[in-house]
Design a protein around this ligand. Structure first.
Ligand code: TEU
Length: 569
């Protein structure tokens, strides 16, 4: 591992600030709360802290709608507190990366306020303004410039009476898309990024960065998207995912912002990215980004309609990871994650969150993920085996995506509340956003006030204080995994080989570097299963590095949710 590739040995921890720790009792997490828990992160051993957005924001999408890129949201603190947090992290050997949300801003950003004020505004072209569809009355249903739906429900265009035109918003109408075709927009973003790096931050996680380049016709028009049966709006993604100028924009950003700076980490969030595109994005020679977040494995259990639940098949999951491991083996680099603030809790989704198997399956999932080749990301609470929340009705949800989808599904797609709630309980983003469970006190030690989103009632059993005190906890298991990456070169750098691709219960692979080999076998089922692999005899005599259950395993036979990791040299 070269010095510039320090992130190959690091584990990143994601904090969702509003749900991490509240220091002042307003029910909302804040920067002081993060400072108070830096020792916890150091104890876990993570090398990088990624903060979801902490900038001033109307909080329409919990901070992914930014109204000022160079300040701190007052709910969370101020720049002085931020500097203190950054210094505190650095003092513990932890780097800090910021969320960069520049596909869109808030509609309350000064830039958009100016842009919307008149067609002659110098900032008019900073966003995507278009007239109504030819021959249609502006502001009437169906008159939108294209038929695209927005990710959070409703059309992707909002009619603005001030000037009688529409603006594009791929997400909520309070998140207008910035027009990256305009060089002034790009320069403003670059200057802002340099300002944060000069302040000492160590890089960026770039929100939906593969949507910044749109397909524009010679006359400035954007094309209609494909309609599918039963859907209220079309999927326009062919016109903005991995668009024509994306590589050019990322290379320009690299030149203007990152070139000549050392020790940074850049990760592009890229829904829908292919392995081939990821190779281009992460080939070091091309100077774009260090790694991308691909989505194939978190889309493994959904249908062509993202809101359709499909049973998870382990063979599909392994085919996806196998393809990514092979595709980025010779160049580029993978990021590895089960969880983030947009996904349900891993143990509830890929494991078994019942009291009997929660700890075992959370540990199994952690080991399988962390022992792939790539940089692992841990989302707050994952290291405790936190679970999905027992939502009852729609009134329990706060997420704009859940609420928007619910309305559209009921009003326009003829679905029943129970049908939609079933999907939201399984997939809703608020599952990840319930407050961090620090202890067994009434609000889990998250706040002394009223939490903005309810604390999971299982915090009496599942919490950081209990986990830190128990050597057999998921927390201590994650500590071990993070430590292993630093001490066993084969974990960071070894070649990856998938085994048993057709097995629906076992996830097995080897890693190899020099003379050292690891065998990893995880049982993704509630049954006892024997691993039929070549060399089984020799492997069962090798050193057993990790085992999430007590006792000595017999001839590669795994109990429910067991994981075994063998090492031989
Ligand atoms: O997410 C992008 C994204 O693809 C999600 O909208 C995803 O499709 C959805 O959540 C799946 O349920 C990023 C951020 O991570 C997310 O929190 C923001 O809401 C979104 O961008 C807009 O900024």
């Amino acid at each position: 591992v070269a010095k510039s590739d320090w992130w190959k040995k690091a584990v990143v921890y994601q904090v969702y600030p509003r749900s991490f720790a509240d220091s002042d009792g307003d029910g909302m997490g804040d920067l002081r709360g993060i400072i108070d828990h830096l020792d916890y992160l150091a104890d876990l051993g993570v090398g990088v802290l990624w903060l979801s957005p902490i900038y001033p924001s109307p909080q329409d999408d919990n901070g992914y709608d930014i109204s000022d890129y160079q300040d701190i949201e007052p709910l969370f603190g101020d720049l002085d507190t931020f500097d203190e947090l950054l210094a505190g992290a650095h003092a513990r050997g932890i780097k800090l990366i910021m969320d960069l949300v520049v596909n869109h801003s808030s509609d309350e950003h000064q830039w958009f306020q100016e842009s919307r004020s008149s067609k002659d505004s110098p900032k008019r072209d900073w966003y995507w303004w278009r007239p109504a569809r030819p021959g249609m009355e502006p502001g009437t249903p169906g008159a939108e410039p294209t038929n695209w739906g927005s990710v959070f429900g409703g059309p992707a265009w909002e009619y603005d009476e001030t000037t009688g035109e529409y603006y594009l918003h791929l997400f909520s109408k309070k998140q207008p898309d910035l027009n990256w075709e305009n060089p002034e927009v790009r320069q403003a973003v670059h200057a802002m990024m340099r300002w944060w790096l000069d302040r000492g931050v160590d890089g960026f996680r770039m929100d939906v960065i593969n949507m910044i380049s749109k397909v524009v016709g010679p006359d400035g028009s954007l094309p209609d998207g494909r309609m599918s049966a039963g859907a209220a709006y079309a999927d326009g993604s062919d016109s903005f995912v991995g668009g024509p100028r994306l590589h050019e924009f990322l290379q320009e950003m690299h030149r203007e912002v990152f070139a000549g700076r050392e020790g940074l980490l850049t990760v592009a969030e890229t829904p829908g990215v292919t392995v081939e595109q990821a190779r281009l994005h992460t080939d070091p020679e091309r100077h774009e980004v260090d790694m991308v977040f691909q989505f194939d494995h978190v889309w493994v259990d959904r249908g062509p309609d993202p809101w359709l639940l499909v049973p998870l098949r382990l063979t599909n999951l392994k085919a996806i990871f196998g393809r990514w491991q092979a595709g980025l083996a010779d160049l580029g680099w993978n990021s590895l994650y089960w969880n983030n603030h947009d996904q349900p809790r891993a143990v509830s989704r890929y494991g078994d969150d019942s009291p009997e198997f929660r700890v075992a399956s959370a540990k199994m999932l952690g080991a399988v993920l962390h022992l792939h080749r790539g940089t692992p990301y841990v989302y707050q609470g994952e290291e405790l085996g936190m679970t999905n929340y027992p939502f009852t009705g729609i009134e329990d949800f706060r997420d704009i995506e859940a609420l928007g989808h619910y309305r559209q599904a009921l009003d326009m797609e003829g679905r029943s509340p129970e049908e939609v709630l079933t999907v939201l309980r399984a997939r809703g983003r608020d599952n990840a956003r319930t407050p961090m469970q620090w202890d067994d006190s009434p609000h889990a030690g998250f706040t002394t006030g009223t939490p903005w989103l309810a604390v999971n009632p299982n915090h009496r059993e599942i919490n950081a204080a209990a986990a830190q005190a128990d050597p057999g906890s998921v927390f201590h298991w994650y500590r071990r995994l993070i430590e292993l990456r630093k001490t066993e070169p084969v974990v960071a750098d070894g070649d990856f080989t998938m085994l048993l691709p057709n097995d629906e219960r076992l996830y097995a692979f080897t890693r190899a570097l020099g003379g050292t080999e690891l065998l990893v076998i995880g049982n993704f089922s509630g049954e006892r299963v024997r691993a039929e692999i070549d060399d089984a005899q020799a492997w069962s005599a090798a050193e057993l590095l990790l085992n999430n259950l007590p006792g000595t395993p017999a001839d590669l036979t795994l109990d429910p949710w067991q994981v075994l990791v063998y090492k031989r040299t």
